[in-house]
Design a protein around this ligand. Sequence first.
Ligand SMILES: *[C@@H]1O[C@H](CO)[C@@H](O)[C@H](O)[C@H]1NC(C)=O
Ligand SMILES: *[C@@H]1O[C@H](CO)[C@@H](O)[C@H](O)[C@H]1NC(C)=O
Ligand SMILES: *[C@@H]1O[C@H](CO)[C@@H](O)[C@H](O)[C@H]1NC(C)=O
Ligand SMILES: *[C@@H]1O[C@H](CO)[C@@H](O)[C@H](O)[C@H]1NC(C)=O
Length: 501
Amino acid sequence: MGGRLLPLFAVLLAARLTVGDPEGPAHVDGAPPSKIAVVGAGIGGSATAHFLRQHFGPEVQVDVFEKGEVGGRLATVTVNHNDYESGGSIIHSLNLHMQEFVKQLGLKYRRSVAGKTAVFNGEEMILEETDWYLLDLFRLWWRYGISFIRLQMWVEEIMEKFMRIYKYQAHGYAFSSVEELLDSLGGSGFINMTRRPLSDSLLELGVSQRFIDEVIAPVMRINYGQNVSIPAFVGAVSLAGAQNNLWAVEGGNKLVCSGLLKMAGASLLQAQVNSISPVHSGEALQYQLSFTTAAGTGSELYDIVVLATPLQASVDSGLQFQGFTSPFDELPGNYHSTVATIVHGYLNTSFFGFPDPRLFPFASVLTTESPDLFFNSVASVCPVNISAGFRRKQPQEAGVYKVFSPQPLDKSQLKTLFRSYYSVQVTEWQAYPRYGSSQGLPPVELHPNLYYLNGIEWAGSAMEMSSVAAKNIALLAYHRWNRQTDMVDQRDLMHRIKTEL
Ligand SMILES: *[C@@H]1O[C@H](CO)[C@@H](O)[C@H](O)[C@H]1NC(C)=O
Ligand SMILES: *[C@@H]1O[C@H](CO)[C@@H](O)[C@H](O)[C@H]1NC(C)=O
Ligand SMILES: *[C@@H]1O[C@H](CO)[C@@H](O)[C@H](O)[C@H]1NC(C)=O
Ligand SMILES: *[C@@H]1O[C@H](CO)[C@@H](O)[C@H](O)[C@H]1NC(C)=O
């Protein structure tokens, strides 16, 4: 008997010392975890708290740490008694987790207000949307040939494969890495798409260089502040978002985060987590989090910890890993900083070649890669609450505009874009990864029962991607805790799900 137990303990001890070993010991007696911590209350952290509650049941204590505001990169600013989205703003109709959250929370969809888009190259509008859909299609066809149709088909094919995740997750399957997750959806093709430039993939499809420069590049600039060298996968995710069927949440998208935390019955701690360290007691491994609140410092022990905040040095999470054989506090790569400037004023339509503002028909202006341009996009924005009688302001009226730019706008730049203005509010975001350096995809399992959510952003940074990662981590944490290896990284899931009823 003792002879059989001894090697078991040796294995357990060895596993405990192995960084990232997924089979590490957490508990040996089959008891459920008593405390789980989530660090970060953006959409990823809030959704994780919600899914953890779903899978681990009502008994476990779920603590969510947030040093700033609940919502993270989903945030609003107030202009003239109305709130406007200053961060993540749109959601696609095929984003099933986000849709489900809105439904369960009893939130409402914000009515979308029609508005036309144009593309500006620094000198003139090179593409203008009209009132007439068929004319727009004809123009795209005339200017770009079949590129437009090829792109559409490519994006649809990718979306169709991506949608498999909802089935896998509904059946309880989890993945131990972003690569495994992508591989189960789209095979090595999806993984390759996280490594090769979007422009290469599109050229290979037969999309013309002109279409890439005049349509694709402007969309990447508004969505990710970067050029067509970003990886094909994130490019496709954002092109899906450039299609129609977009929506937002009435009252602000951040309401999803606070709503999920509440529904999960999670305790929110307004605190900066300063350090995390593994603590061994007997056979159990726990994590000690040390944190600072307005009232002072504290520390708590947790059975499971999910880090839902970027760990790259440029983001400065303030979190230190102590007592790990290899720390994770400075994952490779950087976040890209993007400035959102919300201006209440009069757009200088002359700048876009329309001296008479009454003849300026556009609500959004995207831009091409052009060395002289100091901004990525400018768009008239609607408040997060839209009343029945709401109409978009005309360009000759004072309106609220959102400008995205790589650097804060100086006074002369503001004076170029706006004839005059009443107010300017600036939010500088570490908005999304700076794609392109070949650092690979960050790990999901950092250490036994210690998970990292934001690695998914390096495949694609979007609210729905974070929600998918949240569901995956909750499932993974549950299966690891209960040693259900047959629910993790399974192959051929399409086939399995068909035969499993
Ligand atoms: C992905 O890349 C690998 C290695 O370069 C290659 O072997 C594989 O065929 C590629 N997969 C697809 C679907 O293109
Ligand atoms: C895109 O930007 C990156 C980094 O700023 C740069 O190295 C690359 O040459 C650019 N690519 C194109 C096609 O402009
Ligand atoms: C905005 O919408 C939210 C969600 O429907 C609601 O709770 C809030 O009271 C509204 N605010 C205003 C000013 O109408
Ligand atoms: C508006 O744009 C025009 C054309 O670029 C420029 O000459 C003018 O100085 C800008 N500013 C104002 C306040 O009109």
